[in-house]
Design a protein around this ligand. Structure first.
Ligand SMILES: Cc1ncc(COP(=O)(O)O)c(C=O)c1O
Length: 381
């Protein structure tokens, strides 16, 4: 099959680019003696997790119970980087296969107790990484003293094993070469927490951090033992805007067809919010030249591959409006384009199938089993 034969809209992955992204991150982690635990929320696909493990990843990171269930078919070491709050969720997590090494990130006594109760019922032990806020201000204990107190609580529950600490530096979205100040602040904050844990005799075995925008600077964060980038496998327009990849390293595009040119100044494609999501480009510093869009003209919701001055200006659910005002390219109805999405993780979550291509040839097509929320058994009835 060739690209021309695919029904649109469809996500297509340039396999050679993806392989380069995987190899590059694996080589970086190995060269700095960092454990690589990719976040699979980006691809939600077991065979891609297996590719990451084959290249040396120590395990996988998941956000949802379903992701953890699906990934435990290929990974024997799973981190749920999300607090399993509530008995229903905690039981589902504790019911993961007993032979996988399982850890959960959490930041409250309640989350620890819910997990411990579920683990006791399931007759197993579960590892815990205490989540510390290092500037993201999303989750995480706020002070070194709170970290020590929660670690003590975890260590006091027989069903839990204190495995270390974790943080997510998702607030650092400056261009890669402009992250110095943010990394200095992060180092100071993390250093205070590590000192307090050491003084309390609670040195963490694992210090897990890392994102795609900061990935290649992880070795500059003192004390980190493990990195968890996710987006890097495909990259996207936001990652390129931050300068954490080039547009040539964006592996996933959404193949779309021009379905109307009736309204002057625009072309309409069959990819709208239900294919691309309504994702803005989020960078830390808007004065940084992005190379993909000028902030004063609006970044849009995606850009045409190979013609990045043409952006998706507006969308409804199944329509994407290409802004032709900065280009003399005039597509015809029936032409096909590929859209580089702003946020690739959302795109994968929106499609049943993804296609792998080499040049024009469709080499493989796969389902995305870790999409959605339901337990696999419930979906199958
Ligand atoms: C807890 C956690 N770890 C790791 C990641 C991966 O970061 P990125 O998407 O920048 O690759 C995410 C992303 O949302 C996350 O929430």
């Amino acid at each position: 099959m060739t690209l021309d034969e695919l029904e649109t809209p469809a996500p297509v992955v340039d396999l050679a680019r993806m392989e380069r992204n995987l190899d590059g991150m694996a080589a970086y982690a190995a060269s700095h003696d960092l454990a690589l635990r990719p976040h699979i929320k980006t691809h939600k696909t077991p065979w891609l997790a297996a590719e990451q493990l084959r290249r040396g990843a120590v395990g996988v990171t998941c956000a949802t119970p379903r992701e953890a269930e699906v990934m435990s078919e290929v990974a024997d070491d799973v981190l749920l980087a999300y607090p399993a709050v509530g008995a229903v969720r905690a039981r589902r997590v504790a019911a993961l296969p007993a032979d996988i090494r399982l850890a959960v990130a959490l930041d409250s006594v309640r989350a620890a107790d819910d997990l411990a109760d579920a683990a006791r019922e399931a007759g197993r032990r579960v590892g815990v990484l205490v989540e510390c806020d290092m500037g993201m201000r999303r989750v995480g204990v706020q002070t070194p003293e709170e970290a020590v107190a929660l670690v003590r609580h975890v260590a006091g529950r027989r069903e839990l094993e204190y495995a270390g600490i974790t943080f997510y530096p998702g607030h650092i979205r400056e261009a890669v070469n402009q992250q110095d100040d943010a990394l200095t602040a992060l180092n100071q904050r993390l250093g205070r927490t590590l000192d307090a844990l050491k003084r309390a005799g609670l040195d963490p075995a694992t210090v897990s951090g890392g994102s795609t925008p900061t990935a290649l600077r992880t070795h500059e964060i003192a004390g980190v033992t493990e990195m968890r980038p996710g987006t890097y496998i495909f990259n996207d327009r936001t990652t390129a805007a931050i300068g954490a990849c080039t547009l040539d390293e964006c592996a996933l595009t959404v193949l779309a067809t021009v379905v109307s040119t009736a309204v002057p100044g625009q072309a309409v494609i069959d990819a709208g919010t239900k294919s691309l999501g309504r994702e803005p480009i989020r960078t830390g510093d808007r004065s940084v030249p992005t190379g993909v869009a000028r902030p004063d003209e609006g970044d849009g919701f995606g850009a045409v591959y190979g013609r990045e001055d043409v952006i998706v200006r507006a969308m409804s659910e199944e329509h994407g409006l290409l802004d032709l005002s900065r280009s003399d390219w005039r597509p015809a109805v029936g032409d096909r384009v590929r859209i580089i999405p702003n946020h690739v993780c959302i795109v994968v979550h929106l499609f049943d199938m993804v296609h792998g291509i080499r040049g024009e040839a469709v080499e493989s097509s796969w389902q995305v089993p870790a999409r959605g929320r339901a337990a696999q058994a419930d979906v199958l009835g």
